[in-house]
Design a protein around this ligand. Structure first.
Ligand code: SF4
Length: 811
């Protein structure tokens, strides 16, 4: 219902209207199977912990009988009820687990129940919360009391507790809306294309309706925002749109977008009449680094690249199991498949991919790697980071513009009669014929699952043939694009040449330290490996942000509306007003989700104008009602354009963390044993605590608020590791320990992975300090111009300069 209301219509009318669901694929079945195994594993865990476990799921009872049995089991006080069934009003549902809570009474006695549900995913999703909220609602109806929390058991049996009072209002609104919808809204719904359609089993039924009803979504490149605006203009069919004059600017649209949509609608209608696919080059993108101008001059031996992968439910952690490289050398067709059936082989493939391409570029310096869509680049980034190999080479390829994404050329350079720019759709233009069973990427995943089960080589052969066809299709597409390239477009010229791509200082340092560690006499191989791997960690961490930063430069203002990191396609409200040495700009934005907030420094997300500075100014206000943003930018920076898309500033290099990592590695190699606590921590040695024999129990009672501060003050240049799931009081204990240690005149340093985490702890310390009637002075490091990094309480204040902290430490 939340993803698409029409699913409910289809579900209810399945028999009446003889609707056909797409059959579950092997892949879907596998996913469901993995989910069931996950549930069974958790049941085993619960059986180890609890004695009274009742299994209702695997009984032959009817739903009504299951409801009675569940209530009976609750009355009898079973500790765990597996597969119970409950109802409330018109709602009913099957629960993975109901678990006893002896701290909350219910109408059954001195106990009540809570809901636990197993989800074979890495993190909880909104629909999990809604589902469990629904269960909790039914449970409240049965036991007469609302549970305080519910639990989602994720992959690897990681538990995520959700406090019911934090989500209850959200859930209640959705429940009430659904009830209204179910009583009188179902027949009024219409199918609307959304992200869920790709995995929805009603896809074929909806597609039939869209074609029959001449839906606007049959026009390639049409987004949800476009659709909304067109419906406001009462243009509700592709035919109506196609009847508009191409030069007309539709109200609320930019000239280029208006032109694109009307032209695509005309092309679509032409195609429907003749069944011959038609295209036109986009006259609005003949200049700038867009469309056909993204194509570099072809080289003697370009490479065409495609990756096949499987998701986590097929191979733990996912696997990029086939790299295909296709090219022509001396007029001879060549295809290089690199197979990996495990993580070790995947790492080998990454190394081989870069070594092969590097030697290829030596022979053919101007050749490029062509691919379709951003998957290949993202996967390479993920793999170089995960396996910690070839990261420098990957960066260099990006800097040298070695990768060419032909999808960008298509979407920006061409108007097409197809309803999508996918490779399979675009193939119609260059008449590419596919062979074999595997025609779609997700089928190749299924074939790979089949191979895992059967080890039958025929499945791998099919996949390899499919991959080769994808590479070959990219090659044919490139050839076709070169043929139709408008004469008034230019060739893309990479800004950097191979010869200029020397190692940068930080890369030299990285390689120097990797070499140092390799040759060092660090005895423990695990620590040696850890040190080797940690080199480059902070650079790797920043890479996805850098990539997004550069990706955005090729996006249009319209496309940036869909990027939650940006505010896209804003329109100036008129001349900026002067404010001392700055100018204040006011922009209006359209409906969109964005994360940027007041006080953030921003850049022009898609700046391609070399005269224009990247920096777009600091957000000094956002009026969400009027949909207006105020930006402050120095006068010396020039004038901002009338149409503007802003995005987050460049990632901040972690230079201090990097140099401190090197410093630590030096002490480790030099056997200085300077950072004893850290060494012990890495060695997984027991903490050294005065008065406690190594290996003995550390805590002697459950009075944590006394025990923890006592142990910390007795630490002998060592560490203490405190672990607990969410909600068990780690922040509370940390705040308490800090105050107790401050009372003993200690200085406490706090570090964390985000300002948010630190602020949370600081607030707890502030609250507790007032309760404990104690005073102290605290310093928080932050950027005073960025309110997300600032914390100012009664005792703790934020400072920007390092010297304040150094002086405080000297005191
Ligand atoms: S295919 Fe799309 S529109 Fe149709 S029911 Fe499924 S999600 Fe809804």
């Amino acid at each position: 219902y939340l993803s698409c209301k029409y699913i409910i219509f289809n579900d209810i009318n399945e028999k009446k209207l003889n609707l056909k669901k797409i059959e579950l694929s092997k892949n879907d079945k596998l996913r469901l199977e993995k989910g069931n195994i996950h549930e069974k594993n958790y049941l085993k865990e619960l059986k180890k912990k609890y004695k009274k476990v009742i299994d209702i799921k695997n009984s032959d009872l009817s739903k009504e009988e299951k409801i009675s049995k569940t209530i009976q089991a609750m009355k009898e006080g079973w500790e765990v009820i597996h597969g119970g069934y409950l109802k409330r009003d018109k709602w009913r549902g099957e629960f993975d687990f109901l678990i006893i809570n002896k701290n909350l009474k219910s109408k059954f006695g001195d106990y009540s129940y809570e809901v636990i549900d197993t989800k074979n995913s890495n993190k909880p999703k909104p629909d999990h919360i809604i589902q469990l909220g629904m269960y909790t609602y039914m449970l409240e109806g049965t036991q007469g009391v609302l549970p305080k929390k519910f639990t989602i058991v994720l992959k690897d049996l990681v538990r995520e507790d959700v406090q019911v009072n934090q989500v209850n209002e959200f859930f209640k609104t959705h429940r009430e809306n659904y009830e209204k919808f179910a009583s009188n809204g179902i027949d009024k719904t219409k199918p609307e294309k959304c992200s869920f359609c790709q995995i929805c089993s009603w896809q074929e039924e909806c597609e039939k309706i869209w074609i029959k009803k001449d839906n606007l979504n049959q026009i390639g490149g049409l987004t949800k925002v476009h659709l909304k605006k067109l419906l406001e203009l009462k243009i509700d069919t592709a035919t109506k749109l196609s009847k508009q004059v191409s030069t007309k600017i539709l109200k609320g649209f930019r000239k280029e977008i208006s032109h694109k949509l009307i032209t695509q609608a005309k092309l679509r209608k032409e195609y429907e009449k003749t069944n011959v696919p038609v295209y036109q080059s986009n006259p609005n993108n003949l200049n700038g680094i867009k469309g056909f101008n993204l194509l570099p001059e072809p080289s003697a031996c370009d490479l065409y690249f495609d990756i096949e992968s499987v998701e986590d439910h097929v191979y733990p952690g996912g696997l990029e199991y086939l790299f295909g490289i296709y090219y022509f050398e001396n007029d001879k067709e060549k295809f290089k498949p690199l197979w990996a059936h495990n993580k070790k082989e995947e790492k080998k493939n990454i190394i081989e991919f870069f070594e092969f391409t590097k030697s290829h570029f030596k022979k053919y310096p101007s050749s490029k790697i062509y691919h379709y869509g951003s998957y290949e680049i993202t996967a390479l980034l993920k793999l170089t980071s995960f396996h910690k190999v070839k990261g420098i080479e990957y960066d260099h390829y990006l800097n040298l513009d070695k990768f060419v994404n032909l999808l960008n050329v298509n979407t920006q350079g061409l108007f097409i009669s197809e309803n999508s720019y996918s490779l399979k759709n675009v193939e119609k233009f260059y008449d590419f014929k596919r062979e074999g069973d595997v025609q779609k990427g997700d089928v190749s995943q299924e074939y790979y699952s089949e191979w895992i089960e059967t080890q039958d080589q025929k499945f791998l052969d099919e996949i390899e043939s499919y991959n080769k066809q994808d590479c070959r299709s990219t090659y044919e597409l490139h050839k076709w694009l070169l043929k139709i390239k408008p004469s008034d477009t230019s060739w893309f010229i990479p800004q950097k040449k191979d010869s200029e791509m020397e190692l940068r200082d930080w890369e030299v340092d990285m390689m120097k330290y990797q070499d140092k560690v390799k040759k060092s006499k660090i005895k423990d191989p695990k620590i040696k490996q850890l040190m080797f791997d940690i080199i480059g960690f902070y650079t790797r961490e920043n890479k996805p942000d850098w990539r997004e930063f550069f990706e955005r430069r090729t996006r249009s203002d319209e496309e940036l509306i869909d990027d939650p990191e940006c505010i896209g396609n804003m329109k100036s409200n008129g001349k900026p007003t002067p404010d001392k040495k700055s100018l204040i700009y006011s922009y209006k934005f359209e409906d969109q989700d964005f994360k940027l907030r007041k006080s953030k420094k921003t850049v022009i997300a898609n700046n391609q104008d070399i005269e224009q500075k990247d920096y777009a100014g600091k957000i000094i206000d956002i009026d969400y009602k009027k949909k207006e943003v105020l930006l402050k930018r120095g006068t010396s920076q020039g004038i901002l354009p009338a149409i503007l898309s802003i995005g987050p500033n460049k990632p901040i290099p972690n230079t201090k963390l990097i140099s401190n990592t090197y410093k630590f590695i030096d002490t480790l190699i030099g056997k200085e044993n300077k950072y004893k606590a850290l060494n012990d921590f890495l060695d997984k040695k027991h903490p050294r605590i005065k008065g406690i024999k190594t290996g003995d129990k550390i805590i002697s009672s459950n009075e944590f608020h006394k025990e923890i501060p006592k142990i910390i003050s007795n630490l002998d240049n060592s560490y203490l590791y405190i672990q607990g799931p969410p909600g068990t009081g780690k922040t509370h204990q940390a705040a308490n320990a800090i105050i107790e240690l401050l009372k003993q005149n200690n200085k406490i340093a706090i570090t964390g992975l985000s300002h948010k985490v630190i602020h949370n702890l600081l607030q707890r310390i502030e609250d507790m300090t007032s309760e404990k009637q104690f005073e102290f002075e605290g310093y928080k490091k932050g950027n005073l111009e960025d309110e997300d990094t600032v914390f100012n309480g009664e005792y703790i204040k934020t400072y920007g300069k390092d010297s304040v902290f150094m002086d405080a430490l000297k005191e």
